[in-house]
Design a protein around this ligand. Sequence first.
Ligand code: ADP
Ligand code: MG
Ligand code: ZN
Length: 653
Amino acid sequence: MSTNEPDLQEKQANKMNHEKKPKDEPGIYNGIKNMFTGKRFKFSFWYFIFIIIAMLAINMYMSQDRSTIGVDFNEFKSMIANKEIVRVEIQQEKYVGYNMTKQQALSIVQTNAFQNLTQSSSNLRIYSTYALNDPSFIPLLDEHNVEYYATAPARPSIFSSLLSYILPMLFLLIIWRIVFAKMGQGGGQNVLSFSQNKAKIVAEGDTGVRFTDVAGADESKLELEEIVDFLKTPEKYTEIGGKIPKGVLLVGPPGTGKTLLARAVAGEAKVPFFRMSGADFVEMFVGVGAARVRDLFRQARENSPCIIFIDEIDAIGRTRTGAGLGGNDEREQTLNQLLVEMDGFDSRTGVIILAATNRPEILDQALLRPGRFDRQVLVDKPDLEGRFAILKIHTKNIKLAKEVDLRKIAQSAAGLAGADLANIANEAALMAVRSKRKMVTQADLEEAIEKSLAGLQRKSRILTEDERCKVAYHEVGHALTAKMTKGAPPVSKISIIPRGISALGYTLQYPTEDRFLMSQSELLGNIDMMLGGRAAEEIVCGEISTGAANDIARASDLVRRMITEFGMSERFRNITLPSTNTQGLGVNREYSEAAQEYIDNETAKIVNGRYQKVLEQLKVNREALETIAKKLLEKEVLDGLEFESLAQNLVIA
Ligand code: ADP
Ligand code: MG
Ligand code: ZN
């Protein structure tokens, strides 16, 4: 790069033409192209390395000036003096000397036009030296009549300038690819597709779940069977002109099998199942959730007939607050997009949207409008038969001892949901393994139920003697009050072994049947039982403790509900006083200040009245209270029979 010499430039141009070739090689070219288009992406890291090395080599080869002879400054000066150098090119940091004038060099090129270039230039000698700041240098040139001129600093070759642009870009590109490949495994499909996020949408061809896998939800199943039928034979409905609901909302407490039912619907209808959880839509980037909704519906339309299932829809579907504190634009955008998508298609396309929630009351009204989730299916906690059936399903693969009576287990598991029962079956199996048995016994199952009812048994929690004593009297107070309350379920166990975090002791009453209705006297009886603990403490210890906080909270809550919900007070007999709208700050009640005052006074009056009654009853039976508490302190646990035999001669006022 040291010369303006035409022949040399030509030489360089020639070289370039030859050396450029490898760059056009199809393999590498495709490698680069694939990188950008992302078509059949294989990480072409080695392509880069190869290209970079090749370009570096070319560059080095070209910048090497082989025809130049390096000399030192003194020698250069003496060559000028000897007329060996007749022309000097002054560059920024070096002097280049030639043994021919420009004129001579040109004439040689012309005469040898048809000869080999290298040969023709063989007479040309080029010397170079580093420029020193020598004031006598120019006078020397003048003195020897040397032709001299200065040139601008040589321009870098095209390759090196390309390289200096391309190299950093390539590195950035590599890093970019690696980062994106890591971010959304499979996101490498298309760098710009992170909104599609295939990882989050769970698509199942066949869920493998059938209605027979869901027990105890017969009414819910009945309603969903229609959906299955529609997905199987849509003509039947469309011919008549009937409309099938687009959206079905499964409503019910946690663990009752909503997710399971949705999968069963897809399984029965043998259609693909697209599942996404409400929480998955809400992301840190505004707009991503909406994009996911779009993507979910697009995929569903492409695969119709199918089922879209949005689990825990309350995460996005809760009431839009308008000018909420801080607001949640992202969630609202997502919800809006969902509404738009639901409006935008016809159920005749064969896409049905199922959603599940355990808090239907917080859902935005727009979601429940006709044409959206206009049908709601209640999935409630199972009744006795349901629990029995669920236990049968979940103990199918567990070896049970002959004595096991699942019906009895189901009986004592009142109030538990399907997920709890599944857990109980598993827990019992684990317990059998732990005690190295080959079969699960009734005791294992009972223990598992107790565990799940009252938290883990923890004998390690140490109470002081005084505390234990108080807990014992408290629990016996509950039990005795229960015994004296007409119609209350029998006491089946009293324990002062601490369980879980908060329960210091407990009194278990197994209901003999499921209750759907309760009379006013039964409710009052319940309140008595809750207050019995504290009353016993007061009688024996002369003062009350914090141990009853939970009891009195439940008692006062129940009394308040009797007044406001069940219409069981004197003034508001048969009238409800709703106070449902509890979102935001403060309670929105739909009754007057005076009514509130009445509720407060009445609650206090009823609770106090019941408490006095319980107190009196226990005082009369103090002897029984003392003996049973002593026995309990000694044994820690009393079962139903032991308690009954000790609580024989009670005086019921
Ligand atoms: P939800 O979605 O209502 O919270 P899930 O459907 O996730 O409840 O239920 C969790 C697990 O509990 C299920 O996978 C299943 O094993 C068990 N389960 C719940 N309800 C039932 C039921 N009715 N029949 C059988 N198994 C059930
Ligand atoms: Mg669920
Ligand atoms: Zn209590």
